[in-house]
Design a protein around this ligand. Structure first.
Ligand code: DGL
Length: 276
């Protein structure tokens, strides 16, 4: 079969994955990227395992149909609840070169190198936190690191509804930071384990004591993808590289275009698509 080169697919429940795409683009600018936000069904954070799996699989299949050989789940909730199933149950029945990667493992692989106290904190959606994926993954690489987590169910709605820099957001940000640090006062490193949370970074910094470092995942995921492509020339050779970016959403195009720049840093044009 003739090989057709195609973009890297990047998926999120909504806008959050754009914070990852921004960093992918800055580290790997030449590749083509096709971004899909399932805004019509976001947020995923409080949905059941089965629902997140089904929605994510539909999105991955759509990106594969567009030709993408590689899809990045730029969503922690989807990475926590769907990635393993897709890799183990669905990919084996598809073309053998297709790959789906998530954002949890790249973060887990570096977490233990970034903490001095060996105490890290994870802030994420209810789905990500209840899956315990971060504890399991970090402890695989760094068994002596103590991982403490806090679910922040209001943070994605605050971000998606453009309330993240308004005074009402302070209440929810402060509450969850305090809860986390009460559970483990020795935390010196915090991970924003949700791709929407970088927009809350200014508020988060306001409530964490000096000496605690906060990391979002954009750069971590970009470094990991660079490393992956260096180790997998067969995948690298399937990717098209004309520096194009295409954006698709399952909901209103105008709303997507007006919100997207806050996450992505520049204006975009989007197309509406249906997943079912
Ligand atoms: N951006 C997604 C994540 O990283 C979650 C958003 C949602 O709840 O849909 O977890």
């Amino acid at each position: 079969m003739e090989q057709v080169n195609a973009p890297i697919g990047v998926f999120d429940s909504g806008y959050g994955g754009l914070t990852i795409l921004k960093e992918l683009e800055s580290s790997l600018p030449n590749y083509d990227y096709l971004y899909l936000g399932d805004n019509a069904r976001a947020p995923y954070g409080s949905r059941s395992f089965d629902t997140v799996y089904q929605y994510t699989l539909e999105a991955v299949k759509w990106l594969f149909e567009q030709g993408c050989p590689l899809v990045i789940l730029a969503c922690n909730t989807a990475s926590a609840k769907a990635l393993r199933n897709i890799q183990q149950k669905d990919l084996p029945g598809m073309e053998p070169y297709r790959r789906v990667l998530g954002v949890i493992r790249p973060t887990a692989e570096v977490a233990g190198n970034l903490t001095q106290s060996q105490h890290v904190g994870i802030l994420g959606t209810t789905g990500t936190i209840s899956s315990h994926s971060y504890m399991l993954e970090i402890n695989k690489f760094f068994p002596s690191v103590k991982v403490t987590q806090e679910a922040c169910p209001m943070w994605v709605p605050l971000v998606e509804n453009n309330e993240y820099n308004k005074p009402g957001a302070d209440y929810f940000v402060q509450q969850h930071i305090e809860n986390l640090l009460q559970k483990d006062p020795d935390i010196d490193t915090l991970f924003l384990a949700c791709t929407h949370y970088p927009l809350l970074l200014d508020k988060i910094r306001k409530y964490i004591p000096e000496g605690i470092r906060v990391f979002d995942q954009g750069k971590i995921v970009a470094d990991s993808l660079m490393d992956y492509l260096a180790r997998h020339p067969e995948m690298k050779n399937r990717l098209s590289a004309n520096a194009s970016r295409i954006f698709a959403t399952t909901d209103h195009v105008a709303a997507f275009e007006s919100q997207a720049s806050a996450f992505y840093g520049k204006a975009i044009n989007a197309t509406r698509i249906d997943l079912v």
